[in-house]
Design a protein around this ligand. Structure first.
Ligand code: GLU
Ligand code: ZN
Length: 330
């Protein structure tokens, strides 16, 4: 068996919080327990939201937790490991899709999209929101209509033409067999925004492909992106990785942990006097990997697992982190 290649793909838009750390902890363990490798890639694709200081802070906090990587974020066999420096790769992928007629310009404004689409898809099942389903309003614009929109000064987003009725199936390591239509996942999706920023779906597939990632561990909130990414793998001729969509951490009120939970950033936990082993021990306990929440080093845990990650031990549904974790997790 080939050893897995996993990755950390943080968006450097803030401090590493416990919710991200949870995903990275499991991604790291799943690779390391089988003697695999980890790549660190900064997804600084949106220049308005990304900052170098967050990249540095994320690296510091991962290492503090005991989560290291083999490749990135600077030089290495698959450099660049920053999406802001990888435009050339996205450009070639786009060209190859365009050449086969899979790309069209969409001139819809946000407001028009809202009116066109009605309720967002996927929001109700708690497994993420693919965004409002795009009804394909710009699919069949004539050259004349396009020229007219351009003359009005509109800049188009570029969308992927998803074949009607396209259905993608895969077996998730955590959630089991999945079968979703592209329509359920939001329909024709953007490859590039109207302001020229590359879309997450294209960038993540191109990067995971070129970095030869074989195992993607991420939150189940992204589940509805996966069929879109599988279609891109097919169109671009890549082999998709195995996917593990993990349940997310929530606060005591049932809200998903996010950057706004300031007291639960890894930096805040460290400053509150929590040890990295204590935090890792709690995460391991939440993942069903140890009966008690006692301290542990991730490396020791990986060694103890010593083979394929036991995904079946993960609890189903949302996982609650108690209030005041920063005082208790010591
Ligand atoms: N940068 C993305 C995020 O932080 C990565 C998602 C993924 O793992 O594909 O949400
Ligand atoms: Zn449109």
């Amino acid at each position: 068996m080939k050893k897995p290649v996993g990755r950390f793909a943080p968006s450097p838009t803030g401090l590493l919080h416990l919710g991200n750390a949870w995903s990275f902890f499991l991604a790291w363990l799943a690779a390391r327990a089988e003697g695999g490798r980890i790549i660190l890639r900064h997804e600084d694709i949106d220049p308005a939201r990304s900052r170098k200081e967050w990249m540095d802070a994320i690296e510091r906090d991962l290492l503090w937790l005991g989560l290291d990587w083999d490749e990135g974020p600077d030089d290495g066999p698959h450099a660049p490991y920053r999406q802001s420096r990888s435009s050339g790769f996205y450009e070639s992928a786009l060209e190859s899709l365009k050449a086969r007629g899979f790309v069209y310009p969409c001139y819809c404004t946000r407001k028009e999209l809202r009116t066109l689409a009605g309720a967002p898809h996927g929001a109700a099942d708690g497994l993420g929101d693919a965004g409002a389903a795009y009804p394909g309003a710009c699919r069949n614009l004539t050259e004349k209509e396009r020229a007219q929109k351009e003359a009005e000064g509109r800049r188009p987003a570029l969308r992927l033409l998803c074949p009607d009725g396209d259905t993608e199936s895969f077996t998730d390591l955590v959630l089991g067999p999945q079968r979703l239509t592209l329509k359920e996942c939001g329909g024709d999706f953007a490859l590039r925004r109207s302001d020229g920023v590359w879309a997450y779906q294209l960038a993540v597939v191109v990067d995971d492909m070129r970095m030869e990632v074989t195992q993607v561990v991420r939150g189940e909130d992204i589940l509805l992106s996966t069929p879109r990414q599988l279609l891109l793998y097919r169109f671009l001729g890549g082999t998709p990785p195995a996917f593990a969509h993990i349940p997310l951490l929530h606060d005591a009120r049932g809200e998903r942990l996010a950057k706004r939970h300031k007291s639960l950033s890894i930096a805040a936990l460290r400053e509150a006097g929590c040890s990295p082993e204590a935090v890792a021990g709690r995460l391991a306990h939440l993942a069903g990997l140890q009966e008690r929440p006692g301290p542990v080093r991730p490396a020791a845990l990986a060694e103890r697992i010593g083979g394929p990650f036991p995904w079946h031990l993960l609890p189903k549904g949302r996982i609650l982190v108690p209030d005041g974790a920063e005082r208790i997790w010591k």
